[in-house]
Design a protein. Structure first.
Lengths: 501, 472
């Protein structure tokens, strides 16, 4: 029952918060904090009891939901979803803390939507039934839409609608793919069709033509989420206009759903098609890396810079994934976690100065390292991790990705490596303009350094940034069996058509 | 069996007469007992209909079929009637419509729909259709102070009469070919021969008549104007009741009786379905008046339902039934909200009136959110499950392209459903918001419909099994 509780306790707590009288704001915040803390602790318990030696799904729960249609309420965790779930509950917990000082209006509804979002996010990663997966996938749109639209910046309504429609369009096409799979799967026990993911995965051996269409149907939904070029245009608007917590969860978790989708569904279920699409995806990933980096460089708004950097980072993730070897896959999955931590931290950092000056433009800052030394140091660490400097998590992920990519295709590897350099360019240049140099604007002299609350959030993230950077073994070892299982499927398929060795 | 088979309709007629008499006796013009009596009548008819579950059969020389399918929809229609009656009085007071005939007419309209649903013969279907239509023509123009109301009724009357003529001509042609007007007879008669040009023409005319009734493209032009002009409770009623009844008949006639001749009409219907949903959604995007917006949304939903007829088969019909139930709930709820927001006096149904309404009136906002998400097809609502089930039926039969068009339409439609929520929650009110009256009837309706929507959306098994057992 652990997974069910992790998923639904947030919503239950959220409904509870809605019933608290509007005046009692502190109580609302504490209840939300408690809810996310409980959820996080439960996922930690899952982690501690996780058997990292097998690729089989653990903590499975299965109840019949709609028997006449073969829909089951089926949950499970494996090496791929374990860390994503942990990331989700951890980030949401930190978001509640960070919102303590930055969200002051309509607190009840804000926390309700955050908690509902958590339910959707954790649910997507745990779902073992396609119907359930789709329900959670779409469900996430509702709270995110409201979070961006109500508590966001000046163009928030535009951003919220764009996010919603864009994502939904991909999702509904995925639905057609799901339905196709459903009708081509027979439940060995009950006889009819079934939505159960494990059964579908065992039975889906389609010819290349059909696989291609299915790969595209699912792939489009995931590509929009990642976001891959050219489906990324919703991202800058959504990230910039969202409130800090919204941006953190958007970048930290929601984007991972796209990459998770490719890893969990497209690769093992449509291996021949995946192999066929390696060039296309790799090139789009590379375009994402280079284009994302170049556009980041010219941004005037720090948040937008970070948003485009997400495009670049997830380009790496996709590049590594479609190298189709163990290093690439491991690097890709690890980098998903890393990006969640680093970019989440970056958005929190931006939120810190925004709460003080209500501007995110680089030119409005300059030389603030003098007045905010702690903030500057924390920012430096996170920034270095984002660049991929050894000692921090980003390096481990990017190194594995590039290792895998070089093994698969040297050209892709070289181009990808260039992206690393570009990341250093835009981040360092931004840092220099914001933190170093002379204090041009007098307001910047009197800025308060991080409060204890802000520092706690950032340090919590930095602990993991350093841990994964220095000792990634506990993470990688638990991921490996499940990744190997995915790889086995690919290699089965490539035995028929040899891959680049 | 004869009387038992039509007992619910019988009850409704008696109720209508009693309400009419009550209204005549009501000399002081207070019209007190009309609403409770009507509701009691609907509940009674609903219970009697439910009693016929698994106990029904044919009646009146096989012209009436009181099977489980009929039972389900009779109950649904009674529910729709009861809800409409429940939310009408406040609105009628507000628009100063003091005609007591409103309630008997409504009951007669439901009676007509029940006849349509229980018909096993085209002539009986026509009888029910005309009864419904005439009642609706009058109900549409009851708001005598508003010229749009009269215009609506006139348009409805003229176009309705025109389309009924098509329908009758189709019946006549099919009779010429098969010597029968009953569904079974027509099915039998068309089975032997290869499609006779006369039969093809008959089916075509029949299709036109039905298409008008469900406001499918290109016979939809009456719908937005009529929906906008009619009094809002009648609009709510019109958007769900006649559609349900017409689709039931479509299932019985096209889905079953004319199944053998499917190659004649299948492609045409598929194209109509695609055009209907697309046009409905695209034009809805530009609407600033909520009644017109919901009218075009209804057109789009009719398009989705037509996909079910194209697909055909048990799964499709069960899915259409589920969808009609969900759709009735969503639309009744949405129009109830429209009635409440309009009561703030000014603005006349413009979407701008909704600015800030979400936080000012939490219950209104939350339930409207449920309705809008359900109409858009977002989980965990009944609208989502209905769409999923319906589209799965079409995918099963291989109509993947049609489903792709349908799902893309759903994504497109989300834009205008979200727009209302955007106004409600993300905009500041421009005018001083008058307090929404705390009317028990409205609150009850909003809560009931939204709770059921969420319930059957997340736990659809019960409703689903019921509908599967009810299939003709």
């Amino acid at each position: 029952m652990l997974l069910t509780f992790s998923i639904f306790i947030p919503t239950a707590v959220g409904l509870l918060i809605l019933m608290i009288p509007r005046r009692m704001e502190i109580l609302q915040r504490y209840v939300a904090l408690l809810g996310t803390a409980v959820s996080f602790i439960l996922t930690v318990v899952v982690f501690l009891n996780f058997d990292g030696s097998t690729s089989l799904f653990q903590f499975e729960e299965s109840w019949i939901w709609v028997s006449s249609l073969g829909i089951t309420y089926h949950l499970g965790v494996d090496g791929i979803s374990l860390f994503l779930i942990l990331l989700t509950t951890f980030l949401t917990f930190l978001c509640i803390i960070s919102s303590w000082g930055s969200v002051k209006e309509r607190i009840k509804e804000y926390h309700f939507f955050l908690l509902l979002l958590e339910t959707g996010m954790v649910g997507v990663f745990c779902a073992m039934d396609f119907f359930l997966f789709y329900v959670f996938w779409e469900l996430m749109l509702i709270p995110m839409y409201f979070l961006i639209g109500i508590w966001g910046g000046p163009r928030r309504v535009y951003a919220a609608v764009k996010f919603f429609i864009y994502t939904m369009t991909g999702s509904v096409l995925m639905l057609v793919g799901i339905l196709y799979l459903y009708f081509h799967t027979t439940d060995p026990v009950m006889g009819g069709h079934t939505f159960d993911i494990l059964i579908v995965m065992r039975q889906c051996h389609f010819p290349l033509g059909i696989q291609t269409w299915l790969f595209l149907a699912f792939g489009l939904a995931f590509a929009i989420k990642v976001p891959m070029f050219p489906f990324h245009t919703w991202l800058p608007d959504a990230h910039v206009e969202a409130p800090t917590a919204g941006s953190v969860l958007l970048a930290g978790v929601l984007l991972k759903m796209g990459t998770f989708g490719f890893l969990r569904f497209c690769l093992p279920m449509f291996p021949e098609a995946a192999i066929k699409f390696v060039p296309l995806i790799s090139i789009l990933a590379l375009i994402g890396i280079l284009y994302g980096a170049l556009v980041s460089m010219v941004q005037k708004d720090i948040k937008k810079l970070v948003a485009y950097s997400s495009v670049a980072h997830l380009g790496f993730v996709m590049l590594g994934m479609f190298a189709l070897n163990l290093q690439g896959l491991a690097g890709s999955l690890l980098q998903q976690i890393n990006h969640g931590l680093s970019t989440g931290a970056l958005f929190f950092l931006v939120g810190v100065v925004y709460d003080r000056r209500h501007t995110r433009l680089i030119e409005d800052y300059g030389g603030i390292a003098k007045g905010m030394p702690l903030y500057a140091s924390l920012f430096m660490i996170v920034m270095l991790s984002s660049i991929g400097v050894p000692g921090f998590n980003g390096f481990v992920g990017e190194f594995l990705i590039l290792l895998g990519t070089f093994k698969a295709n040297i050209t892709y590897g070289v181009l990808g490596a260039a992206g690393v350099i570009l990341a250093a360019v835009y981040l360092l240049w931004m840092y220099q303009r914001v933190f170093f140099g002379k204090v041009v604007h007098p307001e910047n002299e009197k800025l308060h350094d991080c409060t204890a609350r802000e520092a706690f959030v950032l340090i919590a993230l930095i602990v993991f940034i350093i841990w994964i950077g220095v000792y990634p073994e506990p993470f990688l070892s638990r991921m490996e069996p499940s990744l190997q299982a995915v790889l086995d499927r690919i290699q089965e398929a490539s035995a028929a058509a040899p891959l680049v060795p | 069996m004869d009387i038992i088979g039509i007992l619910p309709e019988f009850l409704l007629v008696i109720t209508a007469i009693l309400v009419l008499i009550l209204d005549l006796l009501d000399k002081r013009g207070e019209k007190v007992g009309l609403v409770p009596l009507s509701i009691v009548g609907f509940i009674g008819a609903g219970i009697v209909s439910a009693f016929l579950w698994d106990r029904g059969g044919y009646a009146f020389s096989d012209m009436v079929v009181a099977d489980n399918f009929t039972t389900v929809f009779r109950v649904l229609l009674c529910f729709i009637g009861a809800i409409t009656v429940l939310v009408s009085p406040a609105y009628l007071r507000y628009r100063d419509i003091r005609l007591g005939e409103y309630y008997p007419l409504l009951i007669i309209a439901v009676f007509g729909m029940m006849v349509m649903v229980s018909a096993a013969d085209l002539l009986l279907f026509f009888l029910g259709l005309e009864t419904l239509s005439i009642a609706l023509y009058v109900l549409a123009c009851l708001d005598r102070r508003d010229s749009r109301s009269t215009e609506a009724a006139l348009k409805y009357l003229i176009l309705g009469a025109f389309s009924t003529a098509f329908l009758l001509y189709g019946v006549a042609l099919l009779y010429a070919v098969t010597s029968s007007t009953s569904y079974a007879g027509i099915m039998e008669g068309l089975r032997e021969t290869s499609p006779d040009p006369l039969a093809v023409a008959g089916i075509g005319f029949l299709l036109v008549g039905f298409a008008f009734k469900v406001a499918a493209v290109p016979f939809h032009f009456w719908s937005p104007d009529v929906y906008q002009g009619a009094p809002t409770p009648i609009t709510a009623f019109m958007s769900v009741g006649p559609k349900a009844a017409a689709f039931v008949a479509l299932i019985r006639v096209f889905g079953i009786a004319l199944d053998g001749t499917a190659d004649v009409w299948m492609d045409a219907l598929a194209i109509i379905a695609a055009l209907t949903m697309t046009l409905g959604n695209v034009v809805a995007l530009r609407q600033q008046n909520i009644k017109r917006m919901l009218a075009y949304s209804s057109i789009a939903h009719a398009g989705y339902l037509l996909v079910g007829i194209v697909a055909g088969g048990q799964r499709a019909f069960a899915a259409m039934s589920f969808y009609l139930v969900a759709y009735a709930l969503m639309n009744l709820g949405a129009f109830t909200v429209a009635m409440l927001v309009n009561r703030r006096g000014d603005g006349d149904y413009q979407l701008e009136d909704y600015k800030g309404a979400g936080f000012a009136h939490p219950l209104l906002g939350a339930t409207m959110a449920v309705f809008m998400f359900s109409l858009a097809g977002i989980p965990p609502t009944a609208g989502f499950f209905g769409k999923l089930y319906l589209f799965s039926a079409a995918v099963e039969k291989g109509y993947v392209l049609l489903v792709v068009i349908a799902v893309l339409n759903s994504a497109l439609a989300a834009y205008y459903y979200l727009r209302i929520l955007g106004y409600m929650y993300m905009a500041r009110p421009e005018r001083e918001l008058k307090p929404v009256p705390r009317l028990g009837a409205y609150t009850f309706t909003l809560i009931l419909t939204s709770v059921i929507i969420l319930l059957i959306g997340s736990l659809p098994a019960g409703m689903l099994n019921l509908l599967l057992a009810a299939l003709p």
